[in-house]
Write a protein of this length. Structure first.
Lengths: 101, 177
């Protein structure tokens, strides 16, 4: 697991990463094609809650550490600018190969 | 603007590749990535889509002229947004540089989708673009400065040559007397 940009956040970061990875490995198991939309929504709601219950606490601790490190390192304004230029709040459309002309 | 694109298949099923995404670094073959942090992560309870915002710190040898000209350093930060959609089995990762972004941007897009025979197709595109407005304003400023300096020199040239001509004339007048 990669380190955090701030050494004092690295232990929290690694605990959070392990928590996420453990949850994520079970997350991708395909939902049977016979499931209804309602069942699928219920499934993801339950998974999202499970993630929050398992990793929410360490995530909050890690965030309070890393967010202040981002400010201290002066990255915050660049990050804000990038967020304004490309909010990327929803998946982007599939990439199109640029034509040669 | 410059484009880069490549695509190939990994001989692993989509779910393995997407799990692997979070384990890619640290990597001795990609030692330029020295840190990664998650700044935001949400799991949409309706769609199941996981959106993650990360910041990567890269250290890479930068040509000296770039550091001199743009005042950058070998430490660069990249913002990465990924979406993992377990229903449609699609993963997209978009990255853009934060460092030197006032001069140029490198906008990278990666997509992993399932391919036949338990393989995963990987598509990567990048658009590298200098901020033309900035170059234009810098070029404009340079031109203005050159024009001003030219005007000043032209003025001084006139004054200087006038002195020379006057001195010559005075010498001639003195000789004929």
């Amino acid at each position: 697991m990669a380190d955090s940009l701030s050494p004092e956040c690295t232990p929290l970061k690694k605990t959070y990463d392990s928590c996420f990875n453990a949850w994520f490995e079970g997350y991708l198991e395909p939902v049977a094609s016979s499931t209804t939309d309602a069942q699928r929504i219920a499934h993801y709601q339950q998974k999202a809650k499970e993630f929050e219950d398992k990793c929410g606490k360490v995530y909050a601790e890690y965030q309070s550490c890393i967010q202040s490190a981002v400010k201290q390192k002066g990255i915050e304004p660049l990050l804000q600018q990038a967020r304004e230029e490309h909010p990327l709040l929803a998946p982007p459309p599939p990439a199109v190969h640029p034509s040669k002309d | 603007m410059h484009f880069f694109s490549q695509s190939y298949d990994y001989e692993h099923p989509w779910s393995h590749v997407v799990i692997g995404m979070w384990h890619k670094y640290p990597n001795p073959k990609c030692s330029h990535v020295i840190s990664i942090d998650v700044l935001d992560r949400t799991v949409d309870p309706k769609t199941g889509i996981i959106r993650t915002e990360r910041i990567l710190n890269c250290k890479q040898k930068t040509p000296g002229w770039i550091v001199k000209l743009f005042g950058g350093s070998e430490d660069a930060f990249v913002r990465e947004i990924s979406f993992v959609d377990p229903t449609t089995q699609s993963a997209t990762i978009t990255s853009v540089n934060l460092s030197l972004s006032q001069f140029a941007t490198c906008f990278e897009r990666i997509q992993y989708s399932p391919a036949p025979d338990n393989r995963t197709s990987f598509t990567q595109t990048a658009e590298i673009q200098a901020r033309m407005a900035l170059w234009r304003s810098a070029a404009d400023g340079l031109e203005k400065w050159l024009v001003q300096r030219f005007e000043q020199n032209a003025h001084l040239g006139k004054l200087g040559f006038t002195d020379v001509l006057r001195a010559l004339e005075e010498r001639q007048t003195a000789a004929t007397m």
